[in-house]
Each structure stands twice: as structure tokens, then as C-alpha cells.
Write a protein that binds this ligand. Structure first.
Ligand code: 5AD
Ligand code: FES
Length: 351
């Protein structure tokens, strides 16, 4: 059953499928549903990486607090606003402000930036600031923020705990935060990495089912890209899984997850992610868009900061200017017969 009602067992079966001919059936189903529900328009979200400070120690991430090799930066309000203006000048309908979990980003300071953008530019505003307290999330929503992204990274709570050490004397639950975001009226986005160590096919099938259960508005998935200097690569992980059950962090696996995600959340906005473009710079973006995705998030961060926002090595578009990415993406989208969407590209709701 290649629709919303696909069983978890069937999802896992597709994740294990390697026959390219059979997979064509999956790509077709996802592409058809994508066209039916969200159309041929590809919506562009200008990504502004406003700070790379982070208090967390996620074992896979290059911005983790313990990484002393990163030069830290925090953009100022005028720099951020100028990026938003540039995004609007290219016709992008949304800006996504993203940062590490940085408490140097003061709640009211960011609220003022959100207000300034909402008052002066025709943009939807998405925030991706990590696990901030509920009061912060409410303040930003009241200031006009439309959307919030917080990937849950894995639905296996044991694996989650192993790679996400909590802050001292504090435990948080990303699912609780996601629920709270939905209650505040944010369009809510989440997602996972594909092929992290000890992620099994059963876990990944559950991840996809979780997107369905939460009826996520936005879902970002991309391959895990190893950071050789990260704790996850240096120390490994004490959570043995059978080799036959370990999910590979490949391009093909990513397409399967994108396609299955489109099946279970036909109305969602699903990006063809930078991580995917990183492992196939030639055609990853296009293939993601052809197998279920309908969103691209071109980077509009000034080049001087961009190279410092190194979540994983070899990130696509690291040295391209915002203007170059805009031209490049317009050509890529046209090459597969799709169009660029106008307006905010909010989540659609069909009966
Ligand atoms: N490889 C791929 N994706 C990563 N992310 C963080 N580190 C990596 C990595 N090494 C993803 C996480 C996070 C998002 C901003 O980037 O899913 O939520
Ligand atoms: Fe940035 Fe192609 S999208 S260079």
C-alpha cells in the first residue's frame, strides 16, 4: 500500500529494498503524491546561520560546545536584517534563522529582529534555535515567528540519550517541546539523520511513523556525515547492533526516507537538504526533489560566517555567495521541469 496508510512493517521493508527497479515504484508513488498535494512549485527558504555558539554536546555535531577548533561568531541585528532583505530581493518567501543552542541570543533581542522582519519584509519567519525554554518559544511566537524547526534526530530513546548528553541538572524531551510548539500555533518541523551509528531499520521505520503520528508540517532528513573529530567518531558508541540491521548513511537510503516521508505526510513541506547535496553535489538536490521533496533552503549567510557554521565537513555551497546559490538553484529547479514558488509556501491542509 503506497499511501498514507502504509504499515510500519512495509516502511521497513522498503527501507531494506535495494532492487532499483522496485524502487522506481516508490519514487513514482512519492512524486505523484508530491504533485497532487503540494504541486510543482519548489519553495525556497533563505537560511541565515545567525550564530554558531552552542551549549550542547551532541556527539555528532561540529558546533558542539567542546569543539575548540571552531571560531565562534554571532551576527548582529543589522547583519541579520540585511540577509533577510537580500532573501526577499531574490523572491524567497521565507527566512530561516538557525543557530546552535546559544543563550547569548537573548530572548527579547531575537523577538525584536523577528518583529522588524515581519513588519518590513514580505517573509514568513522560521526559527531553529534548539531546545529553548517554553517562555522563549512563546515570546518569539508572539513577536510574529511563523514556524519552528527542531529535529528529534531518532525515535530510539536509548540511542538519543547516548548521543545527546543533557545540560547539567536539566532533562528535556524534544517530543514535549514539539507538542508545545504545535500548541503555540507554530508550523512545526522535525526530522532525523539517516545512518547514524546504531540506527537500525526498525528505528528508522519508527522515525517515519513518528512524522505521521505528529502530523509534522515540515520534515527535514539528510544523511549522517561523519565528523572525524567528533566524540561519536573518536569514541564510537556502546550500543551494539547487528551489521545487517545498521542503516547506511547513503544517498540511496536518503531518497528512500524522503519518498516514504512523502507517503506518510503527503501535505508536508519536505526539503531536499544540504546534507544530501553534500554527498551528491552533482544531482542530489534534483533527485531529492524528484522523489518527494518540494523545498530547498538556499544559504543566505554571509560567506565570512558560512565556513564557520560547519556542522559536518564538506558542506555544499560553503564558498558560494547567496547570489550564486540563487542562480544555481533556479537552473537546477528549471532543469527538472519544476517552478519556483511564490509567497510563503505554508503547509497546505486538504480535506
Ligand atoms: N551529519 C549530518 N547532519 C548533521 N546534523 C548535525 N550534525 C550532523 C552531521 N554530522 C543535523 C542534525 C541537526 C541539523 C541542524 O543538522 O539533524 O538537527
Ligand atoms: Fe548553492 Fe548551488 S545551491 S551553489
Amino acid at each position: 500500500m503506497l499511501n498514507k496508510d502504509i504499515s510500519i512493517e512495509q516502511i521497513e521493508m522498503w527501507l531494506r529494498e535495494t532492487d532499483e527497479q522496485k524502487l522506481e515504484t516508490l519514487w513514482d508513488a512519492a512524486n505523484t503524491l508530491r504533485k497532487e498535494h503540494v504541486g510543482d512549485e519548489v519553495h525556497l527558504r533563505g537560511l541565515i546561520e545567525i550564530s554558531n555558539y552552542c551549549v550542547r554536546q551532541c556527539a555528532y555535531c561540529g558546533l558542539a560546545a567542546g569543539n575548540k577548533n571552531t571560531t565562534r561568531y554571532r551576527m548582529n541585528a543589522d547583519e541579520i536584517y540585511a540577509c533577510a532583505e537580500e532573501a526577499a530581493s531574490y523572491g524567497y518567501g521565507t527566512v530561516v534563522m538557525q543557530a546552535g543552542e546559544d543563550y547569548g541570543i537573548k530572548t527579547d533581542w531575537l523577538a525584536d529582529i523577528v518583529k522588524r522582519i515581519k513588519e518590513n519584509l514580505p517573509l514568513a519567519v522560521t526559527l531553529s534555535m534548539g531546545e529553548r525554554p517554553f517562555d522563549d518559544l512563546k515570546t518569539w511566537r508572539d513577536a510574529g515567528a511563523d514556524r519552528y524547526l527542531l529535529r528529534f534526530e531518532t525515535s530510539d530513546s536509548h540511542l538519543y540519550k547516548l548521543i545527546h548528553p543533557p545540560l547539567p541538572k536539566q532533562t528535556t524531551d524534544r517530543f514535549e517541546i514539539l507538542h508545545h510548539l504545535q500548541e503555540l500555533g507554530y508550523e512545526t518541523g522535525s526530522g532525523v539523520m539517516i545512518g547514524i551509528p546504531s540506527q537500525t531499520f526498525t528505528t528508522l521505520a519508527n522515525d517515519i511513523d513518528t512524522f505521521r503520528r505528529y502530523d509534522m508540517d515540515m520534515i527535514g532528513v539528510g544523511p549522517y556525515i561523519a565528523n572525524p573529530q567528533s566524540p561519536l567518531e573518536i569514541d564510537g558508541i556502546d550500543y551494539p547492533v547487528a551489521a545487517a540491521d545498521q542503516v547506511e548513511n547513503t544517498e540511496m537510503m536518503t531518497y528512500k526516507v524522503v519518498a516514504l516521508t512523502r507517503l506518510v505526510c503527503p501535505e508536508a513541506n519536505i526539503p531536499s537538504t544540504t546534507a544530501l547535496a553534500t554527498i551528491n553535489k552533482k544531482s542530489g538536490r534534483e533527485l531529492g526533489l524528484s522523489r518527494g521533496a518540494n523545498i530547498v533552503m538556499p544559504n543566505v549567510t554571509p560567506v565570512e560566517y558560512r565556513s564557520k557554521y560547519e556542522i559536518y565537513p564538506g558542506k555544499a555551497c560553503l564558498n558560494e555567495t547567496a547570489k550564486q546559490c540563487q542562480g544555481c538553484l533556479a537552473a537546477r529547479i528549471a532543469s527538472i521541469g519544476r517552478t519556483i514558488g511564490n509567497g510563503p509556501g505554508s503547509r497546505v491542509h486538504h480535506a
